[in-house]
Design a protein around this ligand. Sequence first.
Ligand code: PMP
Length: 361
Amino acid sequence: VPPHVASLTPYVPGKPIEEVEREYGVSDVAKLASNENALGPSPKAVAAARDALDGVNLYPDGSAYYLRNALAAKLGVTPAEVFVGNGSNELIELMVRTFVLENEEVLTSAQSFVAYKLAASAQGRTLVEAPMKGRFHYDLDAMKKLLSRKTKVVFIANPDNPTGTCFPERELLPFLDAAPRETLVVLDEAYLEFVDLPGYQDGLALRRKYPNVVVLRTFSKIHGLAGLRLGYGVARPDVVEYIDRVRAPFNVNHVAQAAGVAALRDDEHVAKSRALVLAERPFLAAGLAAVGATVVPSQGNFVLADFPGRPGKQLFEDLLREGVIVRPMVGYGFPTAQRITVGLRRENEKCLAALKKVLGK
Ligand code: PMP
């Protein structure tokens, strides 16, 4: 086993509802652990997925023709600039696999999305991590200073996971100006649709001036299709073409492709999902602050809440006993913080009531 593989630890996902019900003897569990869509999937996508099941004796369309065309039309780019994957997680991995040589570097921010680190380390590539600004914000100046001729791929999550913080365009531009054109700057916009920050600019518009920008997005959050694993990217056609050479031939399955096309037509579900998060995020944040948490202002569909003096693992377990699944951030450099997905009002209320009880408030 290569040493870089032997030193890895596997990604630990959120606990499944059934397991918590069985282990803790609870029912009506609120799963607020994995930043999923509380409203569920787009109903149009579900209908399309059901219909698509009749065709699963055939391999999927390996070029994802209809999905890439639908994405291109929606985003105002050409299909040649669009690539799709088995979740944007696969696309993160493909960026490293396709473009980073053994002696080159991947640059990101410490305590940002863990998949960047995994993608680099699983492939034995050097990961350079810039410190955060304060505890919770990307420091693009610090990242700028770490750019070198070896930097091949940069991962920037905006909004960030797990902090939920977000930065406006003016903070990003000096970094993009400083990055060599040979360096691919990946703007991971998994939570784009939940942003209401003034001055925020998504990466698509920046691509004209900065052709080395790669935008990654996902159907897992706003469209509610996390279980189907579907992500997409927008990049220069030559970048897309190289990724095409490296990816597995049928990396996006038939059902996911059909559901994705239908989800893109379901503006109503998108609007509802966004409205729910924008309404419930401040409710959840205020409730968390009221039970004594330090709440990081979030632009995602989740909130990072720090409970000083409360070891993360313990509080997580206490909440499980109350039928609430959150995500302790112990392994992520936040030993007393929990990441809590914005749920439906009753789920958020259940979470806040459980916290009140276990914190003795
Ligand atoms: N990027 C960020 C910042 C995320 O938080 C997530 C999901 N946790 C992803 C990418 C991956 O999403 P998916 O693979 O489900 O498309």
